[in-house]
Design a protein around this ligand. Structure first.
Ligand code: NAP
Length: 287
């Protein structure tokens, strides 16, 4: 198949691209690095020239924090909605949207709400759409994994409420496998939470990372979330991950059902194991 892959230069996009090529597909990459800026692609007319010859469109463009010229509304809502409209006009029926866990009725942050608006628009169109909602994705090349590894290295883990929030990280190879299976089986008209096999406490996730690095468990220091939120109002200038909304999303996180993903994959999603943190079994990755 000829696949237009928006976000091909990103963490998920790079793994997807390698796997799609290895599976014999043709991949047309699209991102700013490839000369296309979502902030300039807000109408279907803008998109139509990019769609010529494509059979499938996959959207894996996203940001975790706003910056000048990089706005949630523009990148997560306006450009993807225009892209999906253009797919209808161009007769490209198969569209896969990489959304995020929490883009549902519980959404309350600008990140989630802006992605949810695009997901809803896509679902309203006469297309063979698929919305994949990954939890935190880990594996080689992930900026967020790298940040959590830095945090996990500390001799004392300062965590909101002692890190009792539930997270359900999913390995990058399961995200990739979900896309490949969906393409192979023609799965459409579904929104699938792409999550690990079971939830674990955020503190246990960090201890799992420590174990993968050969480190003993570290003691945890419980920090009141209100104090951390106040600190992040200053710290957000240091890293895109240090946004107060990212902490709010962690505080609101809850378990998700892995069964729909297991049905799509034909097996349960992978359990975290030490080697998975540093290797991906997606083709083309050496880590
Ligand atoms: N990683 C996770 O844990 C995770 C979890 C849940 C959901 N997701 C979602 O999955 C998607 C991909 O995430 P990721 O981790 O692969 O992110 P990433 O590594 O930051 O990659 C983002 C991609 O978006 C592209 N992009 C950013 N701004 C753009 C613009 N203005 N115009 C065109 N392209 C632009 C980037 O390419 P250029 O910089 O070259 O433009 C890159 O290809 C996002 O929608 C994210 O919300 C990720």
């Amino acid at each position: 198949m000829n696949i237009l892959l928006a976000g091909a230069s990103g963490f998920i996009g790079r793994h997807l691209s390698a796997a799609l090529l290895a599976a014999g597909h043709h991949v047309r990459p699209l991102s700013r690095r490839h000369g296309a800026d979502f902030s300039q692609l807000h109408s279907a007319q803008h998109w139509l020239p990019h769609l010529a010859g494509a059979d499938v469109v996959i959207n894996a463009v996203g940001i975790i924090a706003e910056q000048p010229g990089q706005r949630f509304a523009s990148l997560h809502t306006q450009a993807p909605c225009a892209l999906f409209d253009a797919c209808v006009q161009a007769g490209i029926s198969r569209v896969i949207q990489i959304s995020a866990l929490g883009c549902d009725d519980s959404a309350f942050t600008a990140y989630h709400l802006s992605k949810l608006a695009a997901d809803r628009h896509l679902r309203s169109l006469p297309l063979d759409w698929l919305v994949l909602r990954p939890a935190l994705v880990y594996g080689p090349g992930s900026a967020s994994s790298a940040a959590f590894m830095q945090l996990a290295r500390l001799p004392l883990l300062p965590l909101p409420d002692g890190g009792r929030q539930l997270v359900q990280p999913v390995h990058i190879s399961d995200v990739v496998a979900a896309v490949l299976q969906a393409l192979a089986q023609g799965v459409a008209g579904q929104s699938v939470d792409v999550v690990g096999p079971q939830p674990l406490r955020f503190a246990d996730w960090l201890q799992t990372i420590r174990a993968a690095r050969g480190q003993a468990p570290a003691p945890v220091l419980a920090i009141p979330p209100a104090l951390l939120l106040a600190l992040l109002r200053v710290g957000r200038h240091l890293s895109p991950l240090l946004q107060p909304d990212n902490l709010r999303m962690l505080l609101a996180s809850r378990a998700a059902n892995p069964e729909p993903l297991a049905r799509l994959l034909g097996r349960p999603p992978l359990s975290p194991s030490p080697q998975l943190f540093f290797h991906a079994d997606t083709p083309g990755e050496s880590s």
